[in-house]
Design a protein around this ligand. Structure first.
Ligand code: ADP
Length: 483
């Protein structure tokens, strides 16, 4: 059966439990980046339709927060189960709209579902606190309450996981939510909504709207009923949204761009470091915000690392994500290809050495051969800008102090990775890196149990873990005076 006949394949917005078109019937094409085929059309929802959605979602939230935490937890568990039952179809749909290899899409569905399971379990642990009395006759209590109606704006690189990380804690806390997925990848979002509906999540609690980012973003930040905004995407857009959300002082979480250093110290296990670099750099064709962006290798291992890294990189198979052997799918669009090309050309002009791969030519379309540049320096654009593509610049370093200051010489602070066998160095370096997340001897760090997020221009707030629920709750202090 084609995935386009599946019950979860939807081409309409999901508002207040109904599947709806834009009132003016405007639509946008969804294009498979591997074949350039138009696979669906989704509504370009006008701003006025979103205003109605906000009203119904807020009302639904009033009911939802009255349900017991156990009821909310059970509905989330049902949704989780339905997602896993449909894992293969959801993964195929994701590969069609986003391009990532099917094996990665299958992994993402499981990963996306894991946030729902995690927060289903956290829902029943939304504990408060009791305080030592502020006076002889006074007693203090702290309770946690849902923040209210939430809005989530999500990117195209993880079309399912970036949503469930926001929806699951919101629903667990007793909030309703409106999600606006990226226009490149709305089908996974609508499929998740279809399964939430089937799971019995009440109408209006979860809503998915498709359309123009700036237009819908404006409504979501300017309507005072929306009490919380959670955004994942570029630092530029996140910064605009943060300014806009100031109007009604919305609570805000931002997960923005990164520029992750990946450091291989002299005492690293070389094979593990090479594998970690492959995992971290080339997952999703390099299109993740935690991808290794700058690879620093100690001079004593530099040549050996480059040789092994080149061998492993050249074995990666570029191809349509639907083919089982493919490891690197197409990039999302021409702009993405152009950005990687520009970084390579800039680096080569400034003295970098091409180890393998190279810039894409016009006839390559969205396909990009994994590329390694050696002898990268801080003068190059790739040292300062997020690459978001399958290109790895390798820098040589000599001492720990110097490499830490280079690693931190960026406005971003999302993830960092390093390889060492020395326990003192593990602790020392992990503490000094100015980031929200550190991988030590691993290139893969994400998990529903861990707080995901960054510092500096990489954002604010954390997703996942027990801390993830805090983003969707407010503390209320109650002071009791006794006679
Ligand atoms: P990318 O460069 O990866 O597409 P963006 O930050 O532009 O990153 O997009 C991430 C999400 O933000 C998408 O859902 C997009 O539609 C949305 N978006 C883009 N610009 C705005 C904006 N000005 N206001 C609100 N949302 C926006």
């Amino acid at each position: 059966m084609s995935v386009f006949n599946a019950s979860f394949f939807r081409q309409q917005c999901y508002i207040n439990g109904h599947w709806v078109d834009a009132s003016d019937q405007q639509v946008a094409d969804v294009v498979d980046p591997a074949s350039a085929e138009i696979i669906a059309q989704v509504p370009m929802l006008p701003a006025k339709d979103l205003e109605g959605c906000i009203v119904s979602a807020e009302q639904a939230g009033q009911q939802w927060k009255q349900q017991s935490a156990t009821q909310r937890s059970q509905l989330l568990k049902k949704w989780h189960q339905l997602i896993l039952e449909n894992q293969a179809g959801l993964a195929e749909l994701m590969t069609r709209e986003q391009g990532k290899p099917l094996s990665e899409a299958i992994g993402e569905i499981a990963y996306a579902a894991s946030y729902i399971e995690w927060f289903a379990e956290e829902a029943v642990r939304m504990h408060g606190d009791t305080l030592t009395g502020p006076g002889q006759h006074k007693r203090g209590l702290v309770i946690r309450q849902p923040v209210g109606l939430c809005a989530a704006i999500t990117p195209w690189n993880f079309p399912a996981a970036m949503l469930t990380r926001k929806i699951a804690p919101a629903l667990a806390a007793g909030c309703s939510i409106i999600v606006k997925p990226a226009l490149e990848t709305p089908l996974s979002a609508l499929a998740l909504a279809a399964l939430a509906d089937e799971a019995g999540i009440p109408a209006g609690v979860l809503n998915v709207v498709t359309g123009d980012g700036p237009a819908l973003g404006k409504v979501l930040t300017q309507n005072e009923r929306v009490r919380k905004l959670s955004f994942t995407g570029s630092t530029q857009t996140g910064s605009l949204l943060m300014a806009a959300s100031a109007r009604h002082v919305q609570k805000i979480s931002l997960e923005l761009g990164g520029n992750a250093p990946f450091i291989v110290f002299a005492d690293a296990d070389l094979e593990r470091a090479v594998q970690g670099a492959i995992d971290s750099k080339f997952r999703n064709a390099g299109q993740t915000c935690v991808c290794a962006n700058r690879i620093y290798v100690h001079e004593s291992l530099y040549d050996a690392f480059l040789q092994r890294f080149q061998q492993a990189t050249q074995q990666l198979i570029v191809g349509n994500g639907l083919l089982p052997e493919s490891q690197i799918g197409p990039l999302i669009n021409q702009q993405a290809v152009h950005k990687v090309n520009q970084q390579i050309e800039d680096a080569l002009a400034k003295g970098a050495r091409l180890v393998c791969g190279g810039p894409a030519s016009a006839s390559d379309g969205l396909w990009f051969t994994p590329t390694i540049l050696a002898d990268a320096t801080s003068a190059m654009r790739c040292a300062h800008e997020e690459t978001f593509g399958p290109m790895a610049p390798v820098f040589k370093f000599t001492d720990e102090h110097e490499v830490i200051s280079q690693a931190n010489a960026t406005p971003f602070g999302l993830a960092a990775y390093f390889y060492t066998q020395n326990i003192d160095r593990m602790w020392r370096v992990a503490e000094q890196l100015e980031v929200g997340m550190v991988g030590v001897n691993t290139g893969i760090i994400s998990s529903a149990s861990a707080p995901f997020g960054g510092i500096k221009s990489s954002g604010t707030g954390r997703e996942g873990s027990r801390f993830g629920l805090d983003e969707y709750t407010e503390l209320k202090y109650i002071c009791l005076e006794l006679e």
